[in-house]
Design a protein around this ligand. Structure first.
Ligand SMILES: NC(=O)c1ccc[n+]([C@@H]2O[C@H](COP(=O)([O-])OP(=O)(O)OC[C@H]3O[C@@H](n4cnc5c(N)ncnc54)[C@H](OP(=O)(O)O)[C@@H]3O)[C@@H](O)[C@H]2O)c1
Length: 390
């Protein structure tokens, strides 16, 4: 491990990106920020750039070059926009670790580029692994790049599996808070408004993953993520609701032992783990007070009210480009719901229709994956425009 760890962040203005910066700021002698990239919130981004003084700052939106340059040039910081800028941040030669925290399929290109540049990637952007798991693993292996999970569940599994032999693992158990509609009826879910779905009981996150948590698609995407990260087939990845969000996931061994990882519901824990692995640093954050925790509950999810879970599992079992189609349809349907163009339960309905029509191809090339992504997006938009019941 270098004396001072240089970090590049993709998606620094987001929930994970801002928490990574908050964490980095608490270790000024041990971390430095080499490069930052975000999408379009340029005012917040420029504030971060002024505070953390990276070498390179990039925004995805091309028309924001002028204000970005105006802020960066007096500080001697290189300002870039568009795809080129994101790739530059992802592959900066000085970065030891790249935090991949762009939301959605937009994170795939830069994350893949970081692996090709032999970086250790702290992966929050689960969508890239969902749509291109095979490619990402191939690139990681070929380039001897390390992929470390930031998602709290996968960070937990990674920790539970340290030192264990894979053939002795019986199954992985992903925990889920259950989201705001855990106890709602189907009728209530049908009428759910974005502001209700955005009220997550235990985690504060960006809007897309918060809606994914309300539909349980987030857990579906995490099944696919766990499949790729830990080489486990779908049948051996179980999901349990755990409303307290203190056990972040578990591993059942073949001798019946269940190993769990616990911690507060604070993403800075798994981010710290991914930025310092294989070391463990002293955490500056509040610790779990076990004597003060509420009773821990574990429940089976109701698949009738949360069909997204099985839609994701089904896509993983079909394989090829099916998960890319699932993810694209979900991104479009969630966007539609947040914009008031779709009802809450139109999200699973749209995904189901897109998947029914999808012709899966092998997901071993970017061409096939991007084609599946674009086709599914277009079809999901058509379905939303016509009305899902049509
Ligand atoms: N939030 C959590 O606690 C959490 C936990 C586990 C996993 N994750 C995963 O982490 C990822 C990020 O989640 P989040 O909650 O942090 O999302 P978020 O708050 O919505 O932030 C998303 C970030 O991505 C940037 N972005 C969006 N589109 C972009 C594009 N086309 N090009 C470049 N940058 C773009 C945004 O930039 P602008 O806002 O400047 O446009 C922002 O910095 C997701 O994949 C999510 O599933 C999040």
């Amino acid at each position: 491990m270098p004396e001072r760890i240089s970090v590049a962040i993709l998606g620094s203005t987001g929930s994970v990106g801002a928490q990574a910066l908050d964490l980095i700021a608490r270790f000024p002698d041990r971390f430095q920020v080499t490069a930052l990239a975000s999408g379009s919130r340029h005012e917040a981004f420029i504030e971060q750039v002024k505070r953390f003084r990276p070498r390179v700052a990039a925004l995805a939106r091309e028309d924001l070059l002028a204000p970005l340059k105006a802020a960066c040039e007096p500080l001697g910081i290189e300002a870039l926009v568009g795809e080129e800028g994101l790739l530059r941040v992802a592959t900066h030669p000085d970065a030891d670790r790249v935090v991949s925290a762009i939301v959605g399929a937009a994170g795939l290109g830069p994350t893949l580029a970081a692996l090709q540049a032999r970086k250790t990637v702290a992966l929050a952007n689960k969508e890239s692994l969902v749509i291109a798991g095979e490619l990402m693993l191939r690139e990681a292996e070929r380039n001897n790049a390390l992929l470390l999970p930031v998602d709290s569940e996968h960070s937990a599994l990674h920790q539970c599996l340290r030192g264990e032999r894979r053939e002795e693992v019986r199954r992985l158990i992903l925990t889920a808070s259950g989201g705001p509609f855990r106890q709602s009826s189907l009728e209530e879910m049908e009428a759910a408004l974005p502001e209700q779905a955005l009220r997550h009981p235990t985690w504060e996150m960006g809007p897309k993953i918060t809606i994914d948590s309300a539909t349980l698609m987030n857990k579906g995407l995490e099944i696919i993520e766990a499949h790729w990260l830990f080489g486990m087939e779908s049948a051996r990845i179980q999901v349990l609701l755990h409303p307290q969000s203190l056990v972040h996931s578990m591993v059942e061994m073949r001798d019946g032992s269940v190993i769990c990882q616990m911690g507060t519901a604070d993403m800075r824990g798994p981010i710290l783990y991914a930025l310092t692995y294989p070391d463990r640093w002293e955490s500056p954050f509040p610790r779990l007070d076990l004597a003060a925790t509420p009773p821990l509950e574990f429940l089976n999810p109701d698949l009738r009210r949360f069909p997204c879970l099985e839609l994701a599992r089904g896509a993983l079992e079909i394989g090829g480009t099916a998960p890319a189609a699932l993810n694209a349809a979900n991104e479009v349907a969630v966007g539609g719901f947040l914009q008031g163009r779709a009802r809450f339960l139109d999200i699973p309905r749209t995904i189901e229709k897109v998947l029914e029509e999808h012709q899966p191809a092998p997901a071993d090339s970017l061409t096939n994956i991007l084609h599946a992504d674009e086709t599914a997006r277009r079809r999901a938009e058509q379905i939303l425009m016509k009305g899902v019941a049509a």
